[in-house]
Every structure is written in structure tokens, then in C-alpha cells.
Design a protein around this ligand. Sequence first.
Ligand code: GLC
Ligand code: MG
Length: 527
Amino acid sequence: MNDAWWKSAVLYQIYPRSFQDSDGDGVGDLKGIVERLPYLSDLGVDALWLSPIFVSPMTDFGYDIADYTAIDPLFGTMADFDTLVEAAHARGLKVLLDLVPNHTSERHPWFEQSRASRDNAKRDWYIWRDPAPDGGPPNNWLSEFGGSAWAFDAVTGQYYYHAFLAAQPDLNWRNPAVMAAMHEVMRFWLRRGVDGFRVDVIWHLIKDEAFRDNPPNPDYRDGDSPYRRVLPIYSTDRPEVHDVIRGLRAVIDEFPARVLIGEIYLPIEKLVAYYGRDLSGAHMPFNFSLLETPWQAGAVGALIDRYEAALPPGAWPNWVLGNHDRPRVVSRVGAAQARVAAVLLLTLRGTPTLYYGDELGMSQVPIRPEQVQDPFEKNVPGFGFGRDGCRTPMQWDASLHAGFSRVAPWLPRGADAAVVNVARERDDSDSLLSLYRRLIMLRRSRPALTQGGYRPLEATAGSLAYLRETDDDRVLVAVNMSPNSVAIAVPEAVLGQKVLISSTSGREGERCDRHLTLHGDEAVVVG
Ligand code: GLC
Ligand code: MG
């Protein structure tokens, strides 16, 4: 069954602050995105997911929301938003929004009321606890962004819980009024025509009812994020979270053809529970495992097998190579393997999500201490957790500000923007951008790549090979993750077929013999 649009789609994540500035304030905006829609059509993606664009003090750059149903003036107006949805839809592009239901900004009116007094009607919309007997925090839960997850509020003499910044108090999802309010937020945007949501930190939504201490993490090592000192088994991934997600999904299902995607950082075996009982949960719990696995054929092959085996019956897979929280893929695996990674991302079974700029090979931009914007980096400096380096301006051309803005952007552009940019790569058939375009085009034209099964083949050390096949379409993918050349045994089913794409180029059209020799760092698609 391959009915839903998102199963054959390629998703593209835009970090709105950094895609295109139209009004010359150095920060990207909605009008800027509208201007760049032709680029996205040309690339061939099917849907845009926008990181948060709602009214926010921007302490965590929009992941701290003060009004869920209004556009932040930095990004534009509601009219700009409607224009964006209309223009995207006119091109056949879907629009997904970021829903941030776990926490609000401390400046959200709900929290301002909640903190006003212990008997305020909104008190129980957030998570308030008395101090421990010694006056300290109620338990040992830690914030992902450093320090205790509890902040003391002197006005009412209690602590509130914040999984992230103190400026991001967690909502109490055990309160039905919170649930109802958030469902209304979803309906507001779904009625306006959005095609679905990526739900922020969905595995955090429900915390242990008894607020038990988290156990120490025996694997904690020097250099790990301080958050890892304890295992967050009582503060995240609670069994009741699946009831909450079923509720979000029910709202999605009130509207035709909408999609629910969840942000979840958990090991595969736990991740797949987020499809929900009888697939009543997220359509796609984001699969970040490629971001966390050593870039080596044995490890990646084993990971794919583990993921495929863990998927519940009927669950649709997905793959991600980058996002606004993790180092850029090219900086992690190098330029040659970034091309191999593109082939993997677009030929594995399931829906791929591309992070803006990765299709150009934009790298992690070094940020000087005085340029740091990310609150995580400011709270926990010196660990290299800063996320600014993967959030830098999209590199459109070789001009001073890379075509992103007419003024200096909010984060520095990459020093490689003179070479790594859309204008240059578009006209270069060997560029990474051209490789992405060809891969996306091929995906569209070959049912094996969107609907076909995944069959791993025996591969030589350092490489991976697999078949994607439907009843009457068949594609071989062979991926060399090493710098040495390797020979792949070509299965009977594709003997004599042609090389359709090579990541190192130059051999397209070559017919496949019993043995296919891959150059170092080469990936090919045959069919
Ligand atoms: C998610 C977002 C991240 C944000 C955090 C808190 O992990 O992707 O950018 O800082 O949630 O909302
Ligand atoms: Mg702007």
C-alpha cells in the first residue's frame, strides 16, 4: 500500500531564520521562502517543514513560543504565511509546521497566569512542585541544556519543571485542558491548509507521575553533556506518552491527507513504539540513527537491518542525515562520503528528509565565542554542543552575504560560500546539488525506489549493496564507504542493466557485468 503522499515524498527542512532574508534585517523570513520556492521545485522535493515561525522571545530561536497561533513579526505576517501556503500548494509542494507542545515560553500568557498564584486557574497547566525538605529542587532531573530541570519561583515558593531552558517551562500534559488547547492549535493551522506537523521532543511529553529520581548513568564519560549524568527514564519516554500521541493523531485524522511526524532521540527498539499500537501514533517517528552511527559500512549495514527488522507491520520507514541540532553531514563524513550519503538517503526504503544546504555540501561553520547565539552553547560552553554552526545562512551565490541578505546575517556565512553555493552548483553537472537533483528525479521515475522492498546483498568489506524491488521494477544500489576500490557481485536480477547514477560520475550508461568494481568513495545506482 503506497497511498499516502508522504510515503513517496522527499521532505526538506527549512530553518526560516537562515533560508532567505527579504527585508534586509539579516534574518530569514516568510517572503524570502516564497521567493525561493522555484529553487525547491527545481530540486524536486515534495514538502517543506519549517522550524517554528510563531510569536516568540526567540530565547531558543522560536522553540519558546508565546503565541501558538500568530506569526512572529520577524518572519512576517499571517498574510505572508497564507501566501506561502498558497504559492507552495500551487507548485505541488506541501507545507509542514513545527508543533512545540512540550513547553511554552515563560512569556506565554498561560505561564504568566500559572505562575501568578497557587490557586490560579492555569496553575496546573504547568508542572509545579514543592521544594525538597532541604529547600532544593524536588528531584534530580536535569535540563537537556545544562543544570537542574527545576527553577524556583519565589512569588509562589514552588519549583517549575523545564526540560530545556528555564525560559521554556514544560506544560502538564496530564491536564485535559492543556491537551484540548493544543488540539485547537493544531486545528487552527490544519484549517489554514498546512499538511501536517513535525512535533518537537514528542518523547518528552509525559513525565513520571510520582516524580521518581532518575538513576545515575553508568556509561557517563568526561566530555559528555552534563544531561547524560542520569538516565532520563522517569522524565522521558513514559508509557502514557502513547495515549497523548494517539490524541494528536486523532486530530490529524480529522483532516484528509495530513501527516504527523515526531522528533524522537531513542534507540531503534524504543523509537518504533512511537508508531503506536496498530499504527495509531506518529506516521513517522523521525529515524535519526544515521546521525548517530559511525560512518562505516559494517555499522551502517547492521543499522539498516536492525531498523528494517524492528519496524512494526505496515509502519513506514524514514531516514534523516541532518537537522538544525546536529553537525552538518559533510563535516562529519567528508566531501566524498557526503556524496555517498546522498545516494544512501535517497535510495533506502522510506521517506528521506533533507536539511537545507546539505544538498550543496554546506559544512559546519566555525563560530567565534563572541558570535555564539545558541543558548545551549551559552549554558554549557566548551563541549562543542553549539548548534549555530549548522544554522548558518543558505549559500545562494558568491556575493558578500551569499545572496541570503543585503546586510550582515545573524550568523556568519560559511567561508566556502564562493564555491559551495546554488548559483555555481546549478550549472555544474558534477556538483553535489546536481547529484541530489538526479537522485530525486530518479526516485520519482522508479517505483522500486519509492515502493520497493529492501533486500541486502552480500557485500565486500567496506561496502554495502542492496536491491530495491517491486514485482516489476528492480534497482541495485552499491555503496563504497571506503577509500579503496571494491568489487561487488552483481545479482542475476540486474545483470546487463545500466549504471544510472554514479556519485563520482563518468560511468553512467555502463552495462553491468557479473562484477561491478566501485572506485573508492563511489556509490552507484543500477537498473
Ligand atoms: C528540539 C528542537 C531544538 C530545541 C529543543 C527544545 O530538540 O529541535 O532545536 O532547542 O527541541 O524545544
Ligand atoms: Mg528578514
